[in-house]
Design a protein around this ligand. Structure first.
Ligand SMILES: N[C@@H](CCC(=O)N[C@@H](CS)C(=O)NCC(=O)O)C(=O)O
Length: 234
C-alpha cells in the first residue's frame, strides 16, 4: 500500500484509498477542470474538499503541496518511475492526466500542440479575464463608482468569446472535432460567466452562438455533470 506520510496534506486530509490519485480541490471553475478530467478519463481518485470558508488553502499542510495557495492540486501515488508525483496548476494537471490516461490529448503530432495551444489560451486569457468580470460585476468591485475597470474586462471577455466563437464555427470542439482538455479547461469558465457571475447580458453572450452550442454539449456529458459536483461541498 502506498505511503503518503511524506506529504503534510495527508495529515490534514487522511486518505482512505492511498493507491488512488489524491485530489485536493473545490468545485470552482478551476477546480472542476481536474475533477471533470478525472471523471472523463476513468482514473481512480479520492477527492478531498479544500474549504475556502475554513481558509484551508492557506494551511501549512496545503501550502506544502501548493505554495501558491490555489486549488486544484493533486498527488499521484503512482507517478513517473513509480514515484509519487505532487502537482498543482490546473493546466499542468490536465496535461499530466491526459498523458497518464491516453485520453483527450493526442500523444504526438500537430494535434497535440494545437490542443496545448488552446489550453494555454484558456489559462492565460479566458480564466484570468472572466475572473475579473466576476470581481467587477458580481463581487466587491461591483460597488466601485468608476466603471472603467469593469468595462475593460467585459470588452476583453467579449474579444476572447469572439475568438472562441470563430474557432467553434467550423469545429465541433475547441481544438478540432475531438473533445479535448482544451474544452475541459474552457467550458467551466463560460458556464460560470453566464451562471454564477450572472454576466450573460453584460457580455452579450447571444452574440456567440457557436460557444453556446458547444457549452450545451459539454454540460450534457455525464462525466461533466459528475465532475462539476466534486469534491462534494459538505
Ligand atoms: N492558475 C491556477 C489558478 C487556480 C485558482 O485561481 N484557484 C482559485 C479558485 S478558482 C483559488 O484556489 N483561490 C483561493 C485563493 O486565492 O486563496 C490554476 O489554474 O490552477
Amino acid at each position: 500500500m502506498t505511503d503518503l506520510s511524506a506529504f503534510p496534506v495527508s495529515r490534514k486530509w487522511p486518505s482512505r484509498f492511498p493507491d488512488r490519485i489524491q485530489l485536493y480541490s473545490l468545485p470552482t471553475p478551476n477546480g472542476v477542470k481536474a475533477s471533470i478530467m478525472l471523471e472523463e478519463s476513468g482514473l481512480a481518485y479520492e477527492p478531498h474538499l479544500v474549504s475556502f470558508d475554513g481558509r484551508d488553502q492557506l494551511s501549512p499542510e496545503f501550502l506544502a503541496l501548493n505554495p501558491n495557495n490555489k486549488i486544484p492540486a493533486m498527488i499521484d501515488p503512482n507517478g513517473p518511475d513509480g514515484e509519487p508525483l505532487p502537482l498543482f496548476e490546473s493546466g499542468a494537471i490536465l496535461i499530466y492526466l491526459a498523458d497518464k490516461s491516453g485520453r483527450y490529448l493526442p500523444a504526438r503530432g500537430a494535434a497535440r500542440y494545437a490542443t496545448i495551444q488552446w489550453l494555454m489560451f484558456q489559462m492565460g486569457g479566458v480564466g484570468p479575464m472572466f475572473g475579473q468580470v466576476g470581481f467587477f460585476h458580481k463581487f466587491a468591485g461591483k460597488d466601485y463608482e468608476d466603471k472603467r475597470p469593469r468595462d475593460r474586462y467585459v470588452a476583453e471577455t467579449r474579444r476572447l468569446l469572439a475568438v472562441l466563437n470563430g474557432q467553434l464555427a467550423s469545429r465541433r470542439w475547441i481544438a478540432g472535432d475531438d473533445y479535448s482538455i482544451a474544452d475541459i479547461a474552457t467550458f467551466p469558465w463560460v458556464r460560470n460567466l453566464i451562471g454564477f457571475y450572472g454576466a450573460a447580458e453584460i457580455v452579450g453572450i447571444t452574440d456567440f452562438p457557436h460557444v453556446l452550442r458547444a457549452l450545451e454539449a459539454f454540460v450534457a456529458r455525464p462525466a461533466v455533470i459528475r465532475g462539476l459536483d466534486m469534491p462534494k461541498r459538505e
